[in-house]
Ligand binder design. Structure first.
Ligand code: ARG
Length: 581
């Protein structure tokens, strides 16, 4: 098993720099990167320039000394120095061939698991009870799942947590309203359908915003619930049960694994947050509420902004819960990396929660907390995604429409196929397209939801990628090839398109590393898109089944490794491939 060429090279350059200039340079940034332009080779080290000042030597001389201490001849041709001391490296074909052979023989493409696994929590999806899951939650679900898959693949221990909004003001509101208009719903299971529940919730919210007395009673109901009042609790359980079943349908459709640990789970720890904050001396009273004044956040008048942890009426809020959850995750779950996937609108909330937890010394140095924000989903018209009537679009119907459209497409392309086959293809393509469309965008920007674009056969889309995979399987069927029995050691790279494809295949590990570090799944999409393109170029220019025997075997292996990479890569995005479509 190997790690990525890039991470291996960084280590080798670090060693060379330390060997050349002394141990104090051990942690000097080796500044290694893939070359931007193939004419300079495959990788570059730009460390020399940064060292010239300290060493009082010319960059070219610094580079020469690094090279003199560098051991890379198993992987690269002799390094060359260009311009102001840039060290250029070109992969040896023999190395490429041997790495490809390893990939071909391995069921994880020769990508090693990490030596020291982290305990990671990915907090994602996290819809709210009694409300419908909306496209924002869909984004969180798709992005969070992909991040979890990638970290799991690397060998990390991942806890996938659904921080369901099952606590707080909305319940007080809803319970109070139901007591008035539909008390049965609070005592009998399934007395109302979830759709109606959403309607009732809306009505309750309206009352809450307009009617001061109603607001008061609702607030009291929340406090009652948080204090463990039994009537409110039963009602609450019924509401949760119902929503949970609706959410589960979406998770089943999308093949998402999640462990529900909603806000209510932390109820018993909320008062400790306040007590312990008081001990740190950070807690202050502001107009009856307990809060911590934040550094670097101010209101319109330039006054420091408070983070309220206990309201005047004694109730706790979203932030208190997140503080309790953070402590629990560190202390009880022993997480070393905690990742939160939500819309960009919550960036402030997380920055504030992290700040307070840090200042309270609740986050040890060894623990990394990261908010992974994403932008809005927009309609074709560039406005916030809504139905014609202005309602937010229900996720279920959205996913159904993707499948229906994919089904219509296969009906025209392959009307003779069996119903079962068509449905299977439609589901893989339709749901794959929705996921891929989301993941292939830089998640921080808003993205336009367009069925036409995401289902197109050309471009950076799921169907395009799925076709590339199917194409290889087609070659296998046509030539009656058993890919598993190909001699991987027979790979010989002679033509330019083969070499270009081979180098790209070898960068799969780098793409995965990059996503796991920076948490941008679009990096993996881009990698796979380029892979499909490079494969198509290779396939156009290099005959495979028609080639003479040794070339044929070598090229079939390239096809097979490409297919395996596409399959694994798409799988890490939560997308399943098809053998035919
Ligand atoms: N329920 C929240 C919402 O719908 C998202 C929760 C995200 N996770 C967290 N730990 N705050 O906006």
């Amino acid at each position: 098993m190997t790690t990525s060429v890039l991470s291996d090279l960084k280590i080798r350059f670090s060693k060379a720099i330390a060997a050349a200039f002394g141990a104090e340079y051990t942690s000097h940034d080796p500044a290694v990167a893939p070359s931007k332009d193939a004419k300079f080779g495959d990788y570059q080290c730009n460390a020399a320039l940064g060292l010239t000042k300290k060493l009082k030597q010319k960059p070219q001389d610094v580079a020469a000394q690094i090279i003199a201490n560098l051991q890379v001849d198993d992987m690269f041709e002799a390094p060359t120095i260009a311009g102001a001391g840039f060290i250029n490296l070109k992969l040896k074909l023999s190395y490429l061939e041997s790495q490809l052979a390893k990939m071909q023989k391995s069921d994880r493409l020769a990508i090693a698991k990490v030596e020291k696994p982290d305990r990671v929590i990915v907090d994602f999806s996290s819809p709210n009870i009694a409300k419908e899951m909306h496209v924002g939650h869909l984004r969180s679900t798709i992005i969070g799942d992909s991040i979890a898959r990638i970290l799991e693949f690397q060998g990390h221990e991942v806890l996938r947590l659904n921080h369901v909004g099952d606590w707080g003001t909305q319940f007080g509101m809803l319970i109070t309203y139901l007591r008035e208009v539909y008390p049965d719903a609070l005592t009998k299971a399934d007395a109302i359908a979830i759709g109606d529940l959403v309607e009732l919730y809306r009505a309750a919210k309206k009352r809450f915003d307009e009617d001061a007395e109603f607001k008061e009673i609702s607030r009291a109901a929340v406090v009652e619930l948080q204090a463990g009042g039994s009537e409110a609790k039963l009602a609450w359980q019924l509401l949760c049960e119902q929503s949970r079943r609706e959410f589960q349908k979406i998770y089943d459709t999308l093949n998402i694994q999640l462990e529900e640990r909603g806000e209510s789970f932390y109820n018993q720890f909320l008062s400790d947050v306040v007590t312990d904050l008081r001990k740190t001396g950070l807690l202050q009273e502001d107009q009856g509420a307990l809060c911590v004044f934040l550094e670097g956040f101010s209101n319109k008048d330039g006054q420091p902004l408070p983070l309220i942890v206990q309201k005047t009426d004694g109730g706790y809020n979203y932030a208190t819960t997140d503080l309790a959850a953070l402590r629990y995750r560190i202390r009880e779950d022993r997480a070393t990396r905690i990742i939160y996937v939500t819309d960009i609108g919550q960036s402030g909330h997380f920055a504030q929660v992290f700040q307070v937890a840090k200042r309270a010394n609740w986050i040890p140095e060894t623990v990394q907390t990261t908010h992974v924000p994403f932008g809005l989903v927009m309609g074709d018209d560039g406005k916030k995604f809504k139905t014609r009537s202005g309602d937010t679009i229900a996720l279920k119907s959205l996913l159904e429409e993707a499948v229906t459209r994919a089904r219509a497409d296969i009906e025209t392309r392959n009307p003779e196929a069996s119903d079962e086959f068509k449905q299977d293809v439609a589901e893989a393509v339709g749901l794959g397209a929705v996921k891929y469309a989301d993941l292939s965008q830089n998640r921080t920007s808003n993205y336009i939801f367009s069925f036409d674009k995401m289902l197109a056969l050309q471009g950076n889309t799921a169907p395009y990628m799925l076709y590339a995979y199917v194409r290889v399987q087609g070659i296998g069927r046509k030539g009656e090839i058993d890919f598993a029995s190909l001699d991987a050691d027979a790979i010989k790279l002679t033509q330019e398109p083969e070499i270009v494809l081979a180098k790209h295949l070898l960068q799969f590990a780098e793409a995965i590393d990059a996503v796991s570090e920076e948490l941008f799944p679009n990096r993996l999409c881009q990698y796979l898109f380029e892979l499909s393109q490079k494969f198509n170029q290779f396939f156009e220019q290099c005959p495979v089944l028609q080639a003479e025997e040794s070339e044929r075997i070598s090229r079939l292996s390239l096809c097979d490794i490409t297919a395996k990479t596409l399959k694994l890569g798409l799988n890490l995005l939560g997308i399943r491939v098809l053998e035919r479509m």
